[in-house]
Ligand binder design. Structure first.
Ligand code: SF4
Ligand code: MG
Length: 322
């Protein structure tokens, strides 16, 4: 298969407690039918507002959360039906970098202990001295001074901590990394350094990334393809340049209109959407974006738009197309 990852109609629902007068259980439809393909070595950026299901999509793909339905194939192998032990072997191939470089490291463990633990999970029998050498190598790879190896997290800046988080993710030589808002907690001046580090590692280690962010300028910097999510669905998915030059979905158009443009010659009208994102418990019928869409037609209120390929490699789910 030419794809590292094939995701089809992925759904992850979380049950809500039944109310007193409710007959049927209700669900938060955090992910509600997401499909995409990803090639080895590519970066798919996933963007959308908070609560759109980006993080749950990333975690469901890695089986950190069990999906409710759909299919996730990794190198052609179906992941959603694997046994625990088969899963453990595959899990090594996919690692996550978290948003919060403060909360995601154990404050009572040195850098060495943190990275050694990551290594030991997959090779408990390996030699301690070799593991220490590997930890030093990892620190060099992520641009941290190896003499810091016995320091504790509080002795590092936010950017340095995120480098430790990245070292932990690449420790076991994965091929896929899900980076969930990895620079959102960092100062803008540090963000570019971490993004460049991630890009260097991608080249040298042939990594594939799913890069999750609410920030379109960050996603633009790092991605080859971009998927736009709204209320648990990926409503558009295209090459970066396709999406930025020719966004098709009215929601993508609104999102993109909100990023400041550098050239004063380019004129762009900011599209302000009416209302808020509706609740994923009772999402609107048909196209879930219809209550906020200026181009809403009758069919949009009743029929869920199917994803179509509007131009090669450019997918959109909207009744205006196809
Ligand atoms: Fe707007 Fe209809 Fe397209 Fe939804 S399907 S984005 S409501 S035009
Ligand atoms: Mg999130």
């Amino acid at each position: 298969s030419k794809w590292l990852l094939e995701v089809d109609d992925l759904k992850t629902y979380f049950p809500l407690k039944k109310g007193l007068f409710q007959r049927e259980a209700s669900f938060i439809k955090a992910v509600d039918g997401v499909s995409f393909r990803l090639k080895k070595g590519e970066t798919l950026g996933i963007v959308g507002e908070s609560g759109c299901g980006k993080s749950t999509t990333g975690r469901s793909i890695m089986s950190l959360i069990k999906p409710t339905g759909g299919s996730v194939k990794y190198e052609g192998q179906e992941m959603t039906t694997l046994s625990q032990s088969e899963m453990k072997k595959l899990r090594r191939q996919m690692q996550i970098v978290f948003q919060d470089p403060y909360g995601s490291l154990n404050p009572r463990m040195t850098v060495y202990e943190t990275l050694d633990e990551a290594l030991s999970v997959y090779a408990p029998e390996s030699n301690k001295h070799l593991r220490r050498d590997r930890v030093i190598e990892l620190l060099n790879q992520v641009g941290l001074n190896p003499t810091f190896v016995d320091r504790y997290p509080h002795e590092f800046s936010g950017g340095q901590r995120q480098r430790i988080g990245i070292a932990r993710a690449i420790a076991v030589k994965p091929s896929l990394i899900v980076a969930d808002e990895p620079v959102s907690a960092l100062d803008v001046s540090i963000q570019a350094q971490i993004l460049n580090q991630l890009q260097d590692l991608q080249k040298s280690l042939q990594l594939t990334y799913i890069f999750i962010s609410h920030d379109l300028s960050v996603v633009k910097h790092i991605s080859d393809r971009i998927g736009v999510m709204y209320l648990g669905r990926m409503i558009e998915n295209a090459g970066k340049h396709q999406l930025y030059s020719n966004p098709l979905h009215p929601y993508s158009q609104a999102l993109l209109s909100a990023i400041p443009i550098r050239s004063p010659l380019q004129k762009k009208e900011r599209i302000v959407l009416p209302g808020d994102v509706p609740s994923p418990v009772n999402p609107p019928t048909g196209c879930t974006f219809h209550p906020r869409c200026s181009q809403c037609m009758d069919i949009c209120k009743t029929d869920r738009p199917k994803e179509i390929e509007a131009e090669p490699g450019h997918f959109v789910a909207c009744h205006l197309y196809g």
